[in-house]
Design a protein around this ligand. Sequence first.
Ligand SMILES: [Zn+2]
Length: 394
Amino acid sequence: MNLTSLNRRSFLKWAELAGLAVGLPSVSAFGSTAEAAKQGAKSGSPADASPARKVASPETILLKDYRPKSIYKIPVTQIAKAKFPIIDMHSHPYAKTEREIDDWVRNMDEVGVEKTTILTMTTGAEFDGIYKKYSKHPGRFEMWCGFDFAGYDKPGFGPEAVKELERCWQAGARGVGEIHDKGKGLRSGKSNAAGMHPDDARMDAVWEKCGELGMPVSLHVADPIWMYEKMDRHNDGLMNAWEWRLDNQPDIVKLSGMIDILERTLARHRSTTFIACHFANLDYDLARLGEVLERNPNLYADISARYAETGPIPRFAAQFYAKHADRLVYGTDMGVDTAMYRTTFRILESLDEHFYENEQFGYHWALNGFGLNDAILQQVYHENAARLLAARKG
Ligand SMILES: [Zn+2]
């Protein structure tokens, strides 16, 4: 499998083949797991069962097959390399073999990524194994560990989890992530804590230890808003929504409730630095994210896997970047492909309008560039992450 030619869909397929689907890292345009994709596929779009239609009239073209091409004769900007060096704060151990890791480093050099944070979500021997593999490229990767939630539902949870966190730190972990709570409780890779949310008192000692060790935490709360909405003709994300739906889960804490949980967690653990993954899934309501950032100095947000969600609103998004440029960090979460990186540069740097990246993102929303200025780009690409990482001990 050529790692440099993966788009979102083939990447998910690759992740399954590589065994990522069961446990290890999440991969998708939405920062979800391949496992979730599999389950989504199982729950089954009726459209999937229908035979491929070679010649289709507009009355029979399915939404999932709709692939518009821009009609506009307007500038197209090719950005082979980012304008400034990048620290990618959201990626996963996609590369499995030494060769794949070498290829990835070559891709990083080509597009201008100086360092990539690998959110392993693992602990124990699994973390140590991944750490060892990536340590052949010193300085190019940061390895972050996960949590072990074993025994979280029995009295006395805490000391063991803290002990393993300290061990991972000794073994080279420099942060924690990606920790998920999509509304049903915390999860770190294969380790689940159903029903326990980040603001739970049982988590106090663990979050406090992260702060004490100077380990920032990459925390993914909730999921894109259209996953919670009705699967009908009004759903703006319908082209992706069916596959990733959450509207059919009655016992789930919804997006807004998860943001409240995030804020309570931030207030409870002021000496711990959190990075909310994917704009905290408030890409559809950046004004609320702005308020959350203003109220909580210990919070950053990563912009990973939300390019397609912000590309449709370039002016509002650019204003948001300008206002909170000191709190946003670059991330990808979408594999290792040079074309993937370049798409993110086009959205952040160019002023291109109305272009499609359906294969990468699954949406048929037209995208636009933000045309961010140099000062903002430098902060988001590098400075904020460098400051955050430098604030640690060890
Ligand atoms: Zn991720």
